[in-house]
Ligand binder design. Structure first.
Ligand SMILES: NC(=O)c1ccc[n+]([C@@H]2O[C@H](COP(=O)([O-])OP(=O)(O)OC[C@H]3O[C@@H](n4cnc5c(N)ncnc54)[C@H](O)[C@@H]3O)[C@@H](O)[C@H]2O)c1
Length: 486
């Protein structure tokens, strides 16, 4: 497939968006927000009722406002056929849950293809069908093309087109990420469909991305391998954090800031802290391993990446257990897998809560958005608090897990007043590293605990004094122990 020339269209298209969930509703609203007409379809009638009543059923920053602004260009229905008959292009963003073996299930996508086939068969115009849902490499050519051709009696690439057009967005910033991609990945059955996708996205996005236009199979592999590579980068930073914790004077932020400045490495996703979670990274990593097996080979790196990810919860639990016995209170601040979302799927904070509850600790928890999800995942065990200061009441250990912006504004004195005697504060993202502590023993993940009576200098990361208190950063000082105290 050749890269078609860039020619963002000014033509107003009608886009049917099938599957109006966390990703599909955001992308549908973005298409409408940029002047296209959108027919949104979901099989969940209550979801459609909510949208038709002017409510926004998905909690994602900016989505409700965007929907309010472009309601005139959107209609919502449960009728798949109507949507295809009355649109130029159909984007499918339905769930592809992981099977127990780690491969993605195509059941929902196949159900949609079944539902749209009669309209596709009856339609004279060339219609483009785009799959956004994450699928296993080879699925479009092996499953979706034959299914559509047999149901419609038409030829893919001649009578209709198929796209594989995945998104690289993160929950909590879906709209921003959708509008500002680094990469636009377009897998297409034919040049005409590729050009349609390129024109549609070119008319919507606000960044100047690289366009990667390729065949369907390469796009499927690209989607999985890109996410899998990012998990490798995250695990590398986290392994580095674990190593830095064992080397006096070491500070993972100083090291990752330096290596991230080298463009061969890059800064993004290179901060030592908690591991990856959420609905995409863990399962994409696993699917990449299955993809290698299906191809008759073996992915050696990915299983190790998952192992490093799992060990973080072990390390955190060990820190708690070293400090205090089961029966005592542990406060966990942050439960979602990342800030900006209520989602707790594969969340390391929730895994830690589970582990501590099982070991007999009294666990008190706070999160700005994820209390309900965490309570469901933990079957109501533990205490759920609306305020972080209540969560730390009588705690022997406080762990800052999800780096919500509001946690960097915490009043440390107030936390110390509420905590129990001799409390330990574990700060997974080092957001309180410049605070002064009267009562907390402070452990910043990824930095070594300092032996008492020693002073070490960190570049740009602050200075630890004999009393263990951290002072303001001294930039440009060498990261060596002070000679007078060595
Ligand atoms: N959420 C993300 O950040 C993200 C990022 C990249 C890729 N993806 C991929 O996008 C796909 C969808 O993810 P999501 O998070 O938006 O899922 P979701 O569960 O939030 O939403 C899916 C929607 O599809 C609807 N649906 C299910 N079957 C349907 C059918 N037959 N017809 C019409 N609607 C149907 C559901 O009712 C639901 O509203 C998945 O494959 C996921 O891996 C998601």
């Amino acid at each position: 497939m050749e890269n078609p020339p860039s020619s963002p269209t000014s033509r107003r298209l009608t886009v049917s968006s099938i599957g109006l969930g966390k990703l599909g509703l955001c992308s549908a609203a973005c298409f409408a927000g940029k002047g296209h007409r959108v027919i949104g379809v979901d099989s969940d009638g209550t979801h459609i009722e909510a949208l038709n009543a002017g409510r926004c059923p998905i909690d994602e920053p900016g989505l409700a406002d965007l929907l309010d602004r472009c309601r005139g260009d959107m209609e919502f229905t449960t009728d798949h056929g109507y949507a295809v008959r009355n649109s130029d292009i159909t984007m499918i963003t339905v769930p592809t849950p992981s099977n127990p073996d780690g491969r993605f299930s195509n059941a929902c996508v196949e159900a949609v293809l079944d539902r749209i086939s009669p309209s596709l068969r009856a339609k004279d115009a060339f219609h483009v069908v785009g799959v956004v849902s994450t699928v296993m490499p080879g699925t479009c050519e092996r499953v979706f093309v034959p299914l559509l051709e047999s149901r419609t009696g038409k030829k893919c690439g001649r009578d209709f087109g198929l796209l594989y057009n995945p998104e690289f967005v993160a929950l909590g910033s879906v709209i921003h990420d959708f509008l500002h991609p680094d990469l636009l990945l377009i897998g297409a059955s034919d040049d005409r469909s590729a050009q349609t996708a390129r024109d549609l996205y070119g008319s919507v996005i606000e960044s100047d991305p690289s366009y990667a236009v390729m065949n369907l199979t390469n796009a499927e592999i690209t989607k999985l391998s890109l996410n899998c590579y990012v998990t490798m980068k995250i695990s590398f930073a986290n392994e580095l954090a674990a190593i830095c914790e064992k080397i006096p004077g070491a500070d993972v932020d100083v090291v990752t800031t330096a290596i991230g400045a080298d463009t061969r490495v890059g800064r993004k996703y290179l901060k030592g802290g908690l591991g990856f979670g959420g609905p995409c990274f863990p399962r994409d990593n696993l699917a990449f391993q299955r993809c290698a097996e299906d191809a008759g080979t073996w992915a050696h790196l990915s299983p190790r990446v998952v192992e490093v990810n799992r060990e973080i919860v072990d390390r955190l639990a060990a820190m708690v257990e070293e400090h205090t016995l089961p029966g005592s209170t542990v406060a966990l601040l942050g439960l979602s897998y990342k800030p900006g979302t209520h989602v707790v799927e594969e969340s390391q904070p929730v895994m830690l809560a589970q582990r501590l509850l099982d070991a007999g600790y009294a666990v008190r928890m706070h999160d700005p958005k994820a209390l309900a999800g965490a309570s469901a995942a933990l079957r109501g065990r533990g205490v759920y608090c609306d305020c972080p200061y209540d969560a730390v009441a009588d705690a022997s250990v406080v762990v800052i897990l999800t780096p919500w912006p509001q946690y960097s504004q915490l009043d440390i004195g107030r936390l110390e007043d509420r905590a129990g005697p001799l409390p330990l504060l574990i700060d997974c993202w080092r957001i309180c590293r410049n605070a002064s502590f009267k009562k907390f023993e402070y452990r910043a993940f990824g930095t070594a605990a300092q032996p008492s009576g020693r002073i070490t200098y960190d570049i740009g990361a602050g200075i630890l004094h004999q009393d263990g208190r951290r002072r303001a950063p001294i930039l440009g000082r060498p990261a060596v122990q002070h000679p007078a105290l060595a």
